[in-house]
Design a protein around this ligand. Structure first.
Ligand code: CNA
Length: 245
């Protein structure tokens, strides 16, 4: 096993208050593309003539709902994706009493599918949907049965995913709980995130310990704060490390 993987294994073995902070790169090995990675959707598509950040903003959702729904159903919804070795390892570490929280920017529900219980979804989830007018809640299955814009079966208004769009604020309670977990953590593992999206990315600044691990294929603005950097695919890293824990 390479040296930096061994260091990660040793720190995991020693720690009983680990927090994981992750992003889209955690799910690329499950077949869900990220935004800013090498094969991310920001690099590969422009068919609508708008930047993805524009399409996924609150004002665009209100002004161009047809494009918003087409885009999100085509590029963000992967209902058949399965958790990978990273998701399963984190669930296992929680069961062992070592990991206290998964703080995620992901909206794909894969941590819960893998068995994690304490998951703080900073950007919400595609698995909850609600009517913008009467607030009736809908499942993902309901959304998938409708082409284009999803409409409420009670009042006819639009049904939107319960995710945080650009220009929208994060849920205060989730943010506070994430901040508490990170600031109390003995070990913080940051993985699969470009640390470009604020305020979520700013949360990692609240970590005060000496075991900050960054597992990311590409550089991030936070690399110089890390005590350990691993550039390998995160699922492979966890499957390699977990056999010895
Ligand atoms: P991002 O900006 O796309 O960054 C992803 C990072 O992960 C990049 O730096 C990649 O180099 C790195 N990466 C990709 N694959 C791997 C891998 N296998 N192992 C290690 N590193 C890898 O994504 P962020 O999460 O930083 O940005 C936040 C956005 C992305 C949030 O608002 C999410 O909702 C949104 N998003 C979520 C999903 C999802 O839920 N699966 C998918 C796409 C985008």
């Amino acid at each position: 096993m390479q040296e930096n993987w061994q260091q990660l294994r040793d720190w995991i073995q020693e720690s009983d208050n680990i927090v994981f902070f992750g992003g889209a790169g955690v799910s690329t090995e499950s077949g869900i593309p990220d935004f800013r990675g090498e094969k991310g959707i920001y690099a590969t598509m422009s068919e609508y003539g708008y930047r993805p950040e524009t399409i996924l903003s609150h004002s665009f959702f209100e002004s161009h709902p047809e494009i918003f729904f087409q885009y999100y159903k085509k590029y963000l919804l992967f209902p058949n994706a399965k958790p990978n070795a990273c998701h399963f390892a984190l669930a296992q570490l929680e069961k062992m009493g070592k990991l206290k929280a998964v703080v995620t920017q992901n909206i794909d529900n894969l941590h819960q599918l893998a068995g994690s219980k304490h998951v703080l979804e900073l950007h919400g989830t595609l698995y909850r949907n609600y009517c913008v007018h009467c607030k009736k809640e809908f499942s993902l299955e309901y959304v998938m049965t409708q082409e284009g814009i999803t409409h409420c079966d009670r009042c006819g208004a639009m049904v939107r995913p319960d995710v945080v769009l650009y220009e929208e604020g994060l849920n205060e309670e989730t943010l506070e709980e994430a901040l508490r977990c990170i600031s109390e953590a003995e070990m913080l593992i940051i993985g699969g995130t470009s640390l470009n999206v604020y305020p979520a990315a700013g949360l990692v600044r609240y970590y005060r310990g000496k075991k900050l691990v960054l597992i990311n294929k590409s550089e991030t603005p936070y690399d110089y704060h890390a005590d350990l950097i691993i550039r390998d695919p995160i699922g492979q890293v966890f499957s390699g490390v977990m056999v010895e824990i």
